[in-house]
Design a protein around this ligand. Structure first.
Ligand SMILES: [Zn+2]
Length: 335
């Protein structure tokens, strides 16, 4: 089985975005927020939005299941307040649940958390529990910077985040560390802010004892780990200078990288540098980069193709990347 551990619902019907716009407009004008029931999208609309996009690409590329979450840029935790974020997260997660219910063989759910800048992450516990226990979700996306590019909250290793980690451990669900949109004009969202977020999270873990406190916590750094695999020597050297343990024992029981790297040399490097046990197959389709690479004639985000093309990784190791590791990290999932 080929499991794509990183897909977002980026093709929701227009009514979905319209509801969000109405919610934001109501917040800004201090008017009455739209009711959740005001969002009317039929099952046929949901099917159409998936058939022409994720499902078509799954079939074309030969992937079986996508671990599916709300659109990352759409989380926009910096918009509105904690109440805005709570209701928006519920609406987004319910929408993912509908997709999974319509196509249970193709999708499994991962939730958005109702984060808000300056609000303790413990505030997300109720929605995480609802999604895992009632909707059958198997993980969450955790935004390390709810302020959207200004990094105003404590690092991921601060005790500020611990109540949420305690609940993740209790529920046996991992988090993908995933920023949302950028409202800092210095940082392009998918080109800079995403990769910054990935790299920053890794360095926070390196300088902390987070995994001494949470030996079973599982965190996925997407987009191939940001700059981390490319600069692995720098991180090993920094850990050494700081008298931290070697990275393999310090972080790699808990930190995993996905394969959302959109060219062959990048995937080659990832697989050469990072132990195979720490790599999970993913494409992030339909997502950050939607075009076709004129040098290859294939979609940039058709990441399965890059892994298939490597002849120096054994079939057994490829099975770990495509399925075994994903199942080990998302261990709540029994399908
Ligand atoms: Zn993503």
């Amino acid at each position: 089985m080929i499991i794509d551990c990183h897909g977002h619902y980026t093709t929701a019907p227009g009514e979905f975005e319209a509801w969000r716009k109405a919610q934001i407009a109501a917040f800004e004008s201090r008017g009455a927020a739209p009711a959740k029931s005001a969002l009317k999208i039929s099952d046929d609309q949901v099917r159409a939005s998936l058939e022409g996009a994720q499902l078509k690409l799954q079939r074309e590329r030969g992937t079986d299941v996508t671990i599916f979450s709300p659109r990352a840029a759409g989380m926009a935790h910096h918009v509105g307040d904690a109440a805005t974020s709570r209701v928006w997260s519920e609406v987004c997660n319910d929408m993912i649940h509908r997709c999974v219910s319509l196509y249970p063989r193709n999708f499994v759910g991962v939730c958005q958390l109702p984060q808000s800048p300056g609000v303790a992450p413990a505030n997300c516990i109720a929605e995480l529990e609802r999604c895992v226990k009632e909707l059958g979700f198997i993980g969450c996306n955790l935004n390390p910077d709810p302020s959207g590019g200004y990094w105003k909250d404590p690092p991921l290793t601060d005790k500020w985040w611990y109540p949420l980690y305690e609940k993740m451990v209790e529920l046996d669900v991992p988090a993908m560390i995933h920023v949302s949109s950028s409202c800092n004009p210095n940082f392009h969202a998918t080109g800079a802010h995403y990769i910054n977020g990935d790299t920053t999270a890794f360095m926070q873990f390196l300088t902390s004892d987070l995994f001494k406190d949470f030996p079973t916590l599982k965190l996925i750094i997407p987009h191939g780990g940001g700059a981390v695999p490319y600069h692995w020597g720098r991180y090993r050297g920094l850990a050494q200078d700081m008298k931290r343990p070697p990275l393999k024992e310090h972080l790699l029981k808990n930190v995993f990288f996905d394969t959302c790297v959109y060219h062959q040399p990048g995937i080659d490097l990832l697989l050469k540098v990072i132990p195979v046990e720490n790599i999970l197959f993913a494409s992030e389709m339909v997502g950050a980069v939607r075009g076709i690479d004129p040098e290859t004639g294939h979609y940039y985000d058709d990441t399965k193709r890059y892994i298939d093309a490597i002849d120096w990784v054994s079939a057994e190791d490829k099975r770990k990347i495509f399925e075994g590791n994903v199942r080990r990290v998302f261990s709540r999932w029994k399908q």
